[in-house]
Write a protein that binds this ligand. Structure first.
Ligand code: DGL
Length: 267
């Protein structure tokens, strides 16, 4: 059975467009609906209760549309609200933490993995749990990096201040002789060159956005729900606010021109 319903991707803001960008490359025939809660971002420093409430509202909004698969692009929501989302969804749900954990376990030789993310993601221990489920012998060293999200949104992806902060954040995990570092936040793939320089060439950086697109492609193939329509795919973007520098940031995340977006208000 083929299926031309859309893949719905959502995030606390526009950072999840890193996942959309990977999906567009990996699954060029699929229709995509995106929701970014730009009015309420950042989630990474909010309480578990608030993140769950927001995640429920977004799930209800998206599942009212014609969707065949939900992708939680936001590491913070995946870390603390995945069950809420799954309970409300009615369609398969994939999330970035499982994707990143699988990729990291496949890559590590030293069985020592570093994980960086927002305070909510790191405090939840969700990456550590997901990695240990896959391989209980792996040692995990986590570090919250709360300043990275605002630095990326400011466009300081190669700025000396960001380099200095990265070195400071990464010092404790590098002391642990990790060989793999999970970029456990939507925004961090944009810092990849800077982070690679900070950790040195021998440490493998795991981009959850890329891993997510591969897992989505496998699921679509396995369930035989790929879009077989000949028309060009449709991309619809929804946000809860149009913030300052929205266009510039969106285009950076997407790696191409940012199409028209619709404003929605969630209750
Ligand atoms: N999308 C969030 C994440 O991946 C980062 C931005 C936020 O704090 O809301 O964790």
């Amino acid at each position: 059975m083929k299926n031309n319903k859309a893949i719905a991707v959502f995030d606390s803001g526009i950072g999840g467009l890193t996942v959309v960008s990977s999906l567009m490359k990996r699954l060029p025939g699929e229709n995509i609906i995106y929701f970014g809660d730009t009015a309420r971002v950042p989630y990474g420093i909010k309480s578990v209760e608030t993140i769950n409430r927001y995640a429920a509202q977004i799930t209800k909004f998206l599942t009212q549309k014609e969707v065949k698969l939900l992708i939680v692009a936001c590491n913070t929501m995946a870390a603390v609200a995945f069950q809420t989302i799954k309970d409300l969804s009615g369609v398969p749900v994939l999330e970035v933490i499982d994707a990143g954990a699988r990729n990291a376990v496949a890559q590590t030789r030293a069985k020592a993995i570093g994980v960086i993310g927002t305070p909510a993601t790191i405090n939840s221990n969700a990456y550590a749990r997901a990695i240990r489920l896959l391989d209980s012998k792996v040692k995990i060293f986590s570090q919250a990096c709360p300043l990275f999200v605002p630095l990326v949104e400011e466009g300081w992806i190669n700025h000396p201040a960001t380099k200095l902060i990265a070195r400071e954040y990464l010092k404790p995990v590098l002391d642990e002789k990790i060989d793999t570092l999970v970029l456990g936040c939507t925004h961090y793939p944009l810092l990849k060159p800077l982070l690679q320089e900070a950790v040195g060439g021998k440490i493998k950086l795991i981009d959850s956005a890329e891993a997510m697109a591969d897992i989505a492609a496998q699921l679509i193939e396995k369930q035989k729900i790929s879009n077989d329509a000949n028309a060009a795919p449709e991309y619809h973007f929804y946000v809860s606010d149009v913030p300052y520098r929205f266009q510039a940031i969106g285009e950076k995340f997407l790696g191409r021109k940012f199409d028209q977006v619709k404003l929605v208000s969630l209750q």
